[in-house]
Design a protein around this ligand. Structure first.
Ligand SMILES: *[C@@H]1O[C@H](CO)[C@@H](O)[C@H](O)[C@H]1NC(C)=O
Ligand SMILES: *[C@@H]1O[C@H](CO)[C@@H](O)[C@H](O)[C@H]1NC(C)=O
Ligand SMILES: *[C@@H]1O[C@H](CO)[C@@H](O)[C@H](O)[C@H]1NC(C)=O
Ligand SMILES: *[C@@H]1O[C@H](CO)[C@@H](O)[C@H](O)[C@H]1NC(C)=O
Ligand SMILES: *[C@@H]1O[C@H](CO)[C@@H](O)[C@H](O)[C@H]1NC(C)=O
Ligand SMILES: *[C@@H]1O[C@H](CO)[C@@H](O)[C@H](O)[C@H]1NC(C)=O
Ligand SMILES: *[C@@H]1O[C@H](CO)[C@@H](O)[C@H](O)[C@H]1NC(C)=O
Ligand SMILES: *[C@@H]1O[C@H](CO)[C@@H](O)[C@H](O)[C@H]1NC(C)=O
Ligand SMILES: *[C@@H]1O[C@H](CO)[C@@H](O)[C@H](O)[C@H]1NC(C)=O
Length: 387
């Protein structure tokens, strides 16, 4: 089965491929010790909105085990959680097994098993269920059949997507932090440049931070449900959609949200092409409108180091064409995304333009030469510095 990764109205369309499809009469939402989710199977939440299984992105040979949201009304299909972000598996014989001690692992042909939970988060009498809220929860059970404790859950190991009920923040006793990190690019789920963290220093302040870009939402005013730097949220209409809550105690501090009208909201910390903005299912942006580049006057962009050679009216634009001859630097580091590359170029006074090294958006080429119009044989797109 083929499909597309969308946010509503198609702002982000990432194609992915399910590697199996559940026979609906056997669809289940739970696995128990001794059982497995086979390569060609999926777990399906009771309401049918969430599915867990193996998929690939853009038909590449790499397989990921993860959770997808399926919205029939708009045919929205969103990858909301990935177990093996930086460790894709190859081949068609991978399984996720739950051993008799309750350990969940991706078993694959060419490497060590990839654990989902740790030994401390496993118990013999346990089961893992994909819930209707999009959480895959491993629970330990008492003799009388009641729940003893939650051992592990995907809500505690979020990737780039925030669903109602998920937390951003920190547990001071365990040291556990809840944060989001973007994909490197729309084809590479490994953690990229942007992270979203909850900074609780002043009665709770949420801010977007990254290796290179720095943005803050400004203080959350819980009483009127607004952030200083997110102007559109002040509209009364959004109070019916988002209910933001801050929980702060000696043991933990976190930000979470619920959706009073019961509709699902999906907040995705976008990968590089969208500059690490947090975007909801209706394309509303919780973040700066462009890249905070150190001299950006956008609300929430922190004034950061801008090299003396750069001025405030400089920006990069995507242009069709090519660079001819001249100096050139290629960094094949596949952990670098587009915004990392922008930063390298921005901070290098002899850099005139940049591009990814590979078609999947990783690596960085810096170019220090003038720009030529596209030739008939070449209409390659280069994001290029305008002076
Ligand atoms: C294991 O859990 C089930 C509920 O799933 C419960 O009925 C049973 O008593 C438990 N067994 C033990 C040994 O705790
Ligand atoms: C990205 O592309 C490079 C070059 O084609 C390839 O070696 C690498 O495996 C790709 N990474 C992923 C995660 O697809
Ligand atoms: C949190 O915000 C304050 C300003 O309110 C800032 O001084 C501090 O550096 C921030 N902390 C982190 C970890 O970003
Ligand atoms: C918002 O969430 C808080 C905490 O969960 C809850 O007490 C409150 O009733 C909610 N408000 C609305 C309007 O749903
Ligand atoms: C909630 O969902 C219903 C349909 O499921 C839709 O008609 C309604 O407009 C949605 N409300 C909001 C505020 O998004
Ligand atoms: C990302 O940032 C760059 C540089 O500021 C800008 O040209 C581009 O339009 C931004 N893209 C989006 C989707 O905001
Ligand atoms: C590759 O890039 C990442 C992200 O910037 C960095 O942490 C890592 O050290 C780089 N690796 C090498 C070999 O330079
Ligand atoms: C520049 O990057 C785009 C997107 O990855 C790619 O299509 C194009 O081929 C690249 N150009 C070169 C010269 O690598
Ligand atoms: C700066 O960019 C130029 C032109 O691409 C390149 O030759 C040089 O190696 C770069 N310097 C650094 C430190 O990245």
């Amino acid at each position: 089965m083929g499909g597309k990764r969308w946010l509503s109205k198609g702002i982000l369309v990432f194609s992915y491929l399910w590697l199996g499809w559940p026979n609906s009469s056997y669809a289940r939402d739970t696995i128990k010790p001794g059982e497995a989710v086979r390569f060609s199977e999926q777990l399906v939440s009771a309401n049918g909105l969430f599915r867990l299984g193996f998929f690939s992105v853009r038909n590449v040979n790499y397989r990921y085990f993860g959770l997808l949201y399926m919205e029939d009304t708009f045919s929205r299909k969103v990858i909301i959680w990935v177990a093996n972000r930086g460790k894709p598996v190859i081949g068609t014989t991978a399984d996720v097994t739950m051993d008799t001690n309750g350990m969940l692992q991706i078993i694959h042909q060419d490497g060590d098993p990839i654990p989902l939970n740790s030994k401390d988060q496993a118990a013999k009498n346990s089961s893992a269920t994909l819930t209707d809220s999009g959480n895959f929860v491993l629970t330990e059970w008492n003799l009388d059949g009641s729940a003893k404790r939650v051992l592990w859950q995907t809500f505690d190991y979020s990737t780039d997507t925030l669903l109602p009920g998920m937390k951003l923040g920190e547990n001071f006793q365990t040291g556990k932090k809840w944060s989001l990190s973007s994909w490197i690019s729309d084809r590479v789920p490994a953690p990229g440049a942007f992270t979203l963290e909850w900074n609780y220093t002043e009665n709770g302040r949420g801010q977007l931070t990254s290796r290179i870009v720095y943005w803050t939402s400004g203080l959350l005013n819980v009483a009127d449900q607004s952030f200083e730097n997110i102007v559109w949220l002040r509209d009364d209409y959004y109070r019916d959609i988002y209910n933001f809550t801050v929980v702060s105690s000696e043991t933990e501090s976190y930000f979470t949200h619920s959706v009073p009208n019961g509709n699902m909201t999906i907040l995705v910390l976008n990968s590089d092409q969208s500059n690490g903005t947090l975007i909801d299912s209706d394309k509303r942006v919780f973040g700066p409108s462009g890249l905070c580049n150190g001299i950006d006057p956008n609300p929430g962009c922190e004034a950061e180091r801008a090299p003396e050679c750069r001025s405030s009216n400089e920006k990069f634009e995507s242009r069709a064409g090519q660079f001819v001859g001249g100096r050139y630097l290629s960094d094949g580091n596949m952990s670098l995304g587009f915004s990392d590359c922008w930063a390298q170029c921005w901070n290098n006074c002899s850099c005139a333009g940049y591009n990814a090294s590979y078609p999947n958006g990783t690596g960085c080429q810096q170019l220090g030469v003038s720009f030529g119009a596209p030739r008939q044989t070449s209409n390659k797109i280069f994001p290029v510095l305008r002076v």
